[in-house]
Ligand binder design. Structure first.
Ligand SMILES: *Cc1c(COP(=O)(O)O)cnc(C)c1O
Length: 299
């Protein structure tokens, strides 16, 4: 974790730390789940793996499969960026570009995975993968001397990442390492925010917009129940932020904390700024999860 004192002062926080997940092998938090998936696939004799992804999970899987000599089948939405497709090509993945969005690519991946008997790296489908993602919480707890922060803020797509962080902190509390669990704050893009609505109990549809935050552009989140349960257990919140605010938060992270986050990842800071406008964060400690650092364009 990296301390961000200038941002803490701007937001009126006692302390702000950035959990920098851009330093994982393929530059994204997704590697934590992939490590588990590849280990289990290999241990169980699989030769091929698959996943659906807006880019990061696919690139993560492709990198690990290249390293282990496994076949890698990835299903990405039609709007996947050239940058991300290039990473996949360099890692030698078998790339299926869907004619539709992430949600359609997910269905296509599950169908192909079942038909071909490949091992799944879909985090909301393979129940073991949360055990990888939850290690983010263990590292935070350890670096804070087993003191949970007051708030943890992360971007939310399917809900696996923040749900796993909640699970990790509940386990630290259960074994007596920490006394409290942090409040989880999940951030979505205003244009596509099904979990913000579900958390408010609003069942009306309406995710027809286009969001620039590609890694969280999920219209049918596959880990809804876990995410909502962890948010409730932590007395947490779900917030929607605009692309404009995400873009400005991305620049602020670089200019005032020296951290380059990818567009989606900067949604966490945009959400925290929004929260600070509505309530005082005085005397609170917060951690922003910088989930990934892959840039699709200059910013
Ligand atoms: C996947 C991803 C997320 C969201 O994770 P979910 O488990 O889908 O909620 C957030 N940020 C980045 C950079 C991601 O790649």
């Amino acid at each position: 974790m990296v301390a961000a004192p200038r941002l803490a002062a701007r937001l009126g926080l006692k302390s702000l730390l950035l959990k920098d997940e851009t330093r994982n092998p393929t530059r994204c938090l997704k590697d934590r789940a992939t490590a588990i998936a590849v280990t289990l696939a290999t241990a169980n004799g699989y030769r091929d793996m698959y996943c659906a992804s807006a880019g990061n999970a696919a690139i993560s899987l492709a990198g690990f499969c290249a390293n282990h000599g496994l076949g890698c089948h990835v299903f990405v939405p039609s709007e996947a960026s050239q940058t991300r497709l290039n990473w996949l090509r360099r890692y030698g993945a078998d790339i299926h570009v869907s004619t539709g969005n992430y949600d359609q690519a997910y269905d296509e991946a599950e169908r192909a995975g079942a038909e071909n008997g490949w091992y799944s790296r879909n985090c909301a489908f393979n129940p073991f993968l949360v055990e990888g993602k939850k290690t983010v919480a263990f590292e935070m707890g350890e670096q804070l001397g087993w003191q949970a922060p007051d708030l943890i803020v992360a971007p939310v797509g399917d809900g696996c990442t923040l749900g796993a962080i909640g699970k990790g902190f509940r386990e630290l509390e259960a074994v007596g390492l920490t006394d409290e669990i942090p409040q989880l704050i999940g951030i979505q893009s205003e244009a596509i925010q099904p979990l913000v609505r579900r958390h408010r109990g609003d069942d009306s549809g309406g995710d027809n917009g286009n969001a620039q935050a590609a890694s969280i552009a999920v219209r049918r989140p596959r880990n809804t129940l876990r995410l909502l349960s962890e948010i409730r257990l932590s007395n947490g919140l779900m917030l929607g932020v605009s692309d404009e605010h995400i873009s400005s938060a991305q620049r602020t992270l670089a200019e005032e904390a020296g951290v380059v986050a990818e567009f989606t990842s900067a949604a966490a800071l945009a959400g925290l700024i929004q929260l600070a406008e509505h309530e005082s964060l005085e005397n609170k400690s917060a951690v922003l999860v910088i989930t990934g650092g892959r840039l699709d364009s200059d910013f």
